[in-house]
Write a protein that binds this ligand. Sequence first.
Ligand SMILES: C[S@@+](CC[C@H](N)C(=O)[O-])C[C@H]1O[C@@H](n2cnc3c(N)ncnc32)[C@H](O)[C@@H]1O
Length: 405
Amino acid sequence: MNNSTKTQAISDAVASLYNTYPFPPEPILDEAPPGYNWRWYWPTVYSFCTGAAPVDGSVRVLDAGCGTGVSTEYISHLNPDADVLGIDLSERAIATATQRCQSSGATNVQFRQLSIYDVDQLEGEFDWINCVGVIHHMPDPLAGLRALATRLAPGGFIHLFVYAAVGRWEISLMQRAIALVQGSQRGDYQDGVRVGRQIFATLPEGNRLKQRERDRWAMENQRDECFADMYVHPQEVDYTLDDLFKLIDASGLEFVGFSNPEVWQLDRLLAQDPALLARAKQLPLKDQYRLIELLDPEITHFEWFLARPPYPRISWEDDAALLAATPGRNPCMEGWPSQSIFDHNYQIIALSETEFKVLQACDSQRLVQESHRQPATVADLISQTGATLEQIRQMHQKQLILLRP
Ligand SMILES: C[S@@+](CC[C@H](N)C(=O)[O-])C[C@H]1O[C@@H](n2cnc3c(N)ncnc32)[C@H](O)[C@@H]1O
């Protein structure tokens, strides 16, 4: 078999899995889906990558490998001014995605059955590409990422998610065990799910694979679609951090940062020993990440943003620039107005008195100066609430507020 025949055969097998078990198997709703994910909301994506809120929301978005359209539907409802396109290999996934978005009244979205390898067939470029849980299922992930890079507009961002090898060790063993038992029946995904469930049921209590499945995955894996996606996939590449950065370096795009930055803090692992923590923090940043990968085998995936330069980066260290900025409350929160809210990461947090006042002021009409109807600035906010510049910086850091220069 030559390379392109092999690539096609693998892509056909992947399409066949998702035609059998379209993913994700979320129910179709007749209204906008509840809640938010800040990674699907352009102002927070742009702010995370550049430090500043964007001027407007009229962006072109590609959801590459959109599956049954759960992310695409959110993106389209959360960003009503955006123009959204979802593509996927699987015909059944695209049919479900189309039905999902029609049912919930998402009108700014279209779908097309198309491989990421063939995105050169699409017109124009995209400001923002979402590609979650996809390229690690491609026979040549780098070729997939490079193809997407050609469709990214200058100053555009791409959000990616791939599996991490260390945290998926038990999954990988089980995948190989199922394939071994299936033998020539590999490719019959329903048989794979049956075999996998039989093995788990019969393994002795205390077996590490069984324990891991029960403690971490069993709840979502009640659905055969999820079980199949995890254990009987015909194509999966799991990444170490080194491999991940090799992929990124070869993509021609720039690493902006992990989109779960809280995971990549050494403090959460070494804070009990300040001297050791300080020593580890002397390491180059990539080695700090490597250390976290080694010390925390719970990390089962990598998620991160890449950019096509040039793009602005505002740190807000300059007091004058910060005082002149226009603040806004990040809408990615639930429970507001209250001092106890779910933040952008759906973590419950307690707002301080000052934070609460700042967010109230952000929402308030008083922030629009009556004389010339200019939006209020951070300077106005500070004079109304008594907050300090440092507190404003921290609120920005915590994604409670967005700032526009
Ligand atoms: C695990 S699902 C992820 C779906 C969606 N991105 C999500 O996060 O819910 C992987 C999807 O990638 C699609 N896919 C795999 N290879 C692809 C390719 N070469 N081009 C387009 N889609 C692909 C599959 O058909 C499947 O629907």
